[in-house]
Design a protein around this ligand. Sequence first.
Ligand code: HAM
Length: 421
Amino acid sequence: MHKAPRGTFDILPQEYAYWKYVEEKATSLCQLYGYQPLSTPIFEDAQLFTKTVAGGTDIVDKEMYIFEDKSGQELALRAEVTAPVCRAYIEHGLFNLVQPVKLYYIGPAFRYERPQSGRYRQHHQFGFEALGEADPTLDAEVIEMTQQFFYSLGLSQFSIQLNSIGCKLCRPGYLEVLRQYYSSYTDRLCADCKTRLVKNPLRLLDCKNASCQEIAKTAPKITDYLCHECQLHFQSVQKYLGAMNIPFQLNHRLVRGLDYYTRTVFEVEPRAKGGQSALGGGGRYDNLIEELGGKPTPAVGFAAGLERIILNLKQHKIDIPALPKPDAFIAHLGEEAKIEVMKIASELRKTGISVITATGDKSLKGQMRQANSSGIAYALILGEQEISKRNVMLRDMRSGEQKTIPLAEIASRLLNEVKQP
Ligand code: HAM
């Protein structure tokens, strides 16, 4: 028996209403803020991630799906979409357009993580990126857009955590201070943090281990070590957020799991903590495009995981519009009627009425049971008698009311009843 690989799942029809709902909210949000859609391949040259998303992060060190294709080229399933968007921005000369270029995407990403509720090996991200502008209004707009996205879904039980992690100029000084602070606690650090202390000290701050969290509580704050420009930028972001009445919590231990961030970082934390963590996260990445071979280009963006959003929609019992059902079901009695049904169904579909027909040789009762379980509002029943009189029986499945109508009028009657009930 084959099963979906561990950490992946099928999206069955009854689940699809959630996916459609989230995708529609995402698309109309992007329309509202002037973002355009972009799709990138699900696999890329492995170095796009290993070189720039940077070593020392768990994602690159432990979680990437890397493989060689038949020509020996090293490829990786994308672990996230920001680096591919930047690659596309450079490759297609989007820097020649008026800046910022605003793009969004919805699609799968792959991380070899330990599966649990809200954590999968294939997950789906909705993300948006504004490339080519350093203005802090854009950081604030991206955060506002994030807030509005969750509100539009009907989710309000979250907080926006905000921090600045400085730039190439000021961060090294802070990392030195952080290393010194942690060096007196090495015996109390978990194994991962001992490595982080050498390879990626910033990640010491968000270790989930209880003993490491205690040490992080009194660690020096990065915001006390920002250079003047980074400080001004961070103050401006907060000023714009304040002006737009967007609540946020300053969190000096927020550092994010990818290494390309500069200055603003933020995360959306659900209020009720379950097995899952952030609903989404983002920030500024002013060096990434240059590191990928482009000109120095500031950028900022955000991405959220669709699976975690859907878990939250279910947790909060948010009403989701059902997927549309077919308009009508056509039942038949006898072989001659079956041929007629095929013709009628074909004609009705051409007028835009969605139809399913009974197949096989179920009894009329069995066919009606099928119509009922499909949740269809109207059934057409065609027997020998109806054919000879060029009539059809129209049954309202909710009231059970039946009437006989001429075959030639079905399309107009259904259009009237179904499309404008
Ligand atoms: P990230 O925080 O690594 O950021 O992922 C974004 C979101 O994807 C997470 O907040 C979470 O909701 C979801 N996610 C991540 N991993 C998993 C998983 N294994 N299972 C289920 N959901 C998951 C990024 O990927 C950045 N590219 C975001 C960004 C865009 N920064 C700037 N622009």
